[in-house]
Design a protein around this ligand. Structure first.
Ligand code: DAT
Ligand code: MG
Length: 140
């Protein structure tokens, strides 16, 4: 399996509780390398664009407001099978269904305030990385 990159966000509920390092430790233990990282305050427009695929869902407004409520940490993670590996250590969207030891089982507060985002496919990862990082900000 080739080395792959994925896009990750440490969400407002987690940055607010000072969990950036704890979550990064889970990623690094899983063999994912942080090859780009920055703490930003997402604009409403950025959040709406990022989650456009969910724009018709009833939780869309709430999701956008949550993502701009506190700073987030956007990241590029690199490793073998990184997209799937990252999803595995993030755990299920709803923390009630997340496996032991996953970030969402350990830290998520609810299905909405679920601490982390991870790309769902290599193609999505490319688009999401390009929304937040220029090539020279990624140092593999
Ligand atoms: P994931 O973040 O696991 O890829 P998703 O893409 O289905 O999950 O949804 C994106 C985010 O939207 C998710 O992390 C939290 C929010 N969300 C999803 N389903 C929700 C629901 N039923 N109620 C509230 N928020 C929800
Ligand atoms: Mg998703």
């Amino acid at each position: 399996m080739a080395i792959e990159r994925t896009f990750s966000i440490i969400k407002p509920d987690a940055t607010k509780r000072n969990l950036t390092g704890a979550i990064n430790a889970v990623f690094e233990k899983a063999g994912l390398r942080i090859v780009a990282q920055k703490r930003i305050r997402m604009t409403k427009e950025q959040a709406e664009t990022f989650y456009a695929v969910h724009k018709d869902r009833p939780f869309f407004g709430e999701l956008v407001e949550f993502m701009i409520s506190e700073p987030v940490v956007v990241q590029v993670l690199e490793g073998e099978n990184a997209v799937a590996r990252h999803r595995e250590v993030m755990g299920a969207t709803n923390p009630a269904n997340a496996a032991e030891g996953t970030v969402r089982k350990l830290y998520a507060l609810s299905i909405g305030e679920n601490s982390v985002h991870g790309s769902d496919a290599p193609e999505t990862a490319k688009q999401e990385i390009a929304q937040f990082f220029s090539g020279n900000e990624i140092v593999g």
